[in-house]
Design a protein. Structure first.
Length: 557
């Protein structure tokens, strides 16, 4: 998108973009607590790691948990240690990771667009305003960190091939392999997908720069192994069972059998969700792709479309285990392609997209304005003042449209997307804070227990894994297993039986002996919905109960 910029360097515009996005992310970042299931799980593991001081063995609700490598847990613990024990502190580092991605898309754009800073900046704007990217910043998982490291590795390898031979080029080679190693410590072998695709596209593009193999490639590979395999090797040295656990259960089975982690989705899941997660830019991209056709796309952009978007999308679609954020690495390619194709269009075509974007953004913010009226119909209690945030966003869009004298459409379209993103982030976070309990957060439950003076009593959670409550209370509840597969914990790596203090199997009479002492202490019993009649014995002596969203709280006064 050949947007002519006012007299300020593209780097200053990039820093302004990052500052605006950072301010929008930072505003009300602690308005809602950590949400189940993924965010709460990472937040609580990080909290337990920080308080327990065991950085090698991640623990979830007191039981070792090796579903992912430790880098995300380490960063979460670091965020809690640096910025306090709040949900906002947990989210701050993922926000910074996403801002780093925006900067990296600009840097990759400089290479792909042959140093055209305007188009590189436009690609950064497009990427930073994609809904899926915003979601990844505000939802603590491995995916934001992984996407950052994959993009860093891809950029470093591109710079290595584009830099004249010598020490400067070698620095990029080593940086790329270290980033891959850190990606391996974030999510395992999937970290190589985007960098490998980018390198394939580079080698299949005519006249692309080449570099001969040398001993430095071997040294860089050894550095990758040292960084990426260090944690795995430490655990294997401790227990040989980890070989089978990492190689098969968390690589082969996760890819081939969605039932392993209850994430089964149909083959077409990403074909629908990926375009929805990139609206409205995906609508422009798909339309302009259809208009342009494969032949007129050009060799370079054919390779970008094929290897940066379509092949990774196919790879993740073949997996039985699917979540939207798994495909986050394809979206830098989406942003670059969108800018390239829209940049080929006249202002008349861009004006139509501008009008369509303005209409869509107005409808979204207008719908958020109506939430205080529409919310009760969905069981949501939204305060009227919440409508002020999206209303301010609408006014900001209108004033910019009416009083900004820029006549070129491309910069207006980019600024429109940024302003809508700011308005959307400002409007969504107070809303999330008010519907938190319906959105699978339990901080309101912890706050209610504190109001009732029950925060020091044992909490028994019936048939649910609830790390968000542990994070909010900063202490562990007791999970009561009664058939929910989410509570099937991997206790084979525990060295003693202390884990029974945190997980009791109600279907095993021998395991319920620990219930007696707990029930005599007049605990709080939490149940999602009314407690089944067959388990009402858990309420002996608990003469009070109340509802909070889906939760039933039983306690004694």
């Amino acid at each position: 998108m050949p947007a002519a910029l006012p007299p300020m360097s593209s780097r200053l515009w990039l820093w302004l973009l990052l500052a605006v996005l950072f301010g929008a992310f930072l505003l009300n970042l602690n308005a809602w607590g950590v949400l189940e299931s993924s965010e709460a799980r990472y937040a609580e593991i990080g909290r337990e790691m920080l308080t327990g001081g065991d950085w090698l063995h991640p623990r979830l609700l007191g039981i070792q948990h090796f579903h992912k490598p430790p880098l995300t847990y380490w960063l979460t613990a670091a965020g809690l240690g640096l910025f306090g024990g709040t949900a906002g502190a947990v989210r701050l580092l993922p926000v910074l990771a996403v801002l780093a991605q925006v900067g990296l898309v600009y840097a990759v754009g400089l290479l792909v667009f042959a140093r055209d800073r305007r188009r590189a900046l436009a690609a950064a704007v497009v990427y930073g305003t994609l809904p899926v990217v915003l979601i990844s910043a505000l939802n603590v998982t491995t995916d934001a960190y992984l996407a950052t490291l994959e993009l860093l590795a891809a950029y470093a390898f591109l710079r290595y091939h584009c830099t004249p031979a010598g020490r400067p080029a070698l620095r990029w080679l080593y940086l790329g392999w270290v980033a891959l190693g850190l990606g391996f410590l974030t999510k395992g072998p999937v970290a190589v997908v985007l960098p490998v695709m980018v390198l394939i596209s580079l080698h299949l593009t005519k006249d692309a720069p080449r570099r001969p193999w040398s001993g430095h490639h071997l040294l860089a590979g050894l550095l990758f192994a040292l960084v990426g395999l260090s944690w795995y090797l430490a655990l294997v040295a401790e227990n040989r069972e980890f070989i089978d656990y990492f190689l098969f259960k968390h690589t082969v089975e996760r890819f081939a059998n969605a039932a392993t982690f209850n994430r089964a989705k149909p083959w077409w899941f990403y074909l629908v969700l990926a375009p929805l997660g990139a609206l409205p830019w995906s609508a422009a991209l798909l339309t302009e792709l259809a208009r342009t056709g494969w032949r007129r796309l050009g060799r370079r952009w054919q390779q970008v479309l094929l290897w940066w978007v379509l092949v990774p999308l196919l790879f993740f679609s073949l997996s039985k285990s699917k979540l939207l954020l798994y495909v986050l690495p394809i979206f830098p390619g989406v942003a670059l392609l969108t800018v390239e194709l829209l940049g080929r269009r006249t202002d008349a075509v861009l004006l139509r997209w501008y009008v369509g974007f303005m209409a869509l953004f107005g409808l979204v913010l207008g719908g958020l304005c109506l939430m205080p009226l529409l919310g009760p119909g969905f069981g949501l209690n939204v305060r009227p003042a919440t409508a002020l945030w999206p209303a301010a966003g609408i006014l900001l869009l209108l004033f910019t449209h009416m009083f900004w004298e820029e006549v070129r459409i491309a910069p207006r379209l980019l600024v429109l997307a940024v302003l809508f993103t700011v308005g959307l982030l400002a409007a969504a976070k107070p809303l999330l804070g008010q519907i938190e309990v319906q959105a699978n957060g339990s901080r309101p439950v912890a706050e209610r227990l504190k109001e009732l003076g029950l925060q020091q009593r044992p909490v028994l959670v019936y048939n649910e894994l609830l790390p968000s409550l542990a994070f909010a209370q900063r202490r562990l509840p007791v999970s009561l297993y009664d058939g929910n597969q989410a509570l099937q914990r991997e206790t084979q790596f525990e060295h003693d039986g202390r884990w029974h203090e945190h997980l009791i199997n109600l279907q095993d009479a021998a395991d319920t002996t620990a219930l007696g002492p707990l029930l005599r202490r007049q605990p709080v019993v939490l149940s999602k919905g009314e407690l089944p009649q067959s388990r009402r014995y858990l309420l002996r002596g608990l003469n009070q109960h109340e509802h909070l969203g889906p939760w039933w709280i039983y306690y004694a006064r």
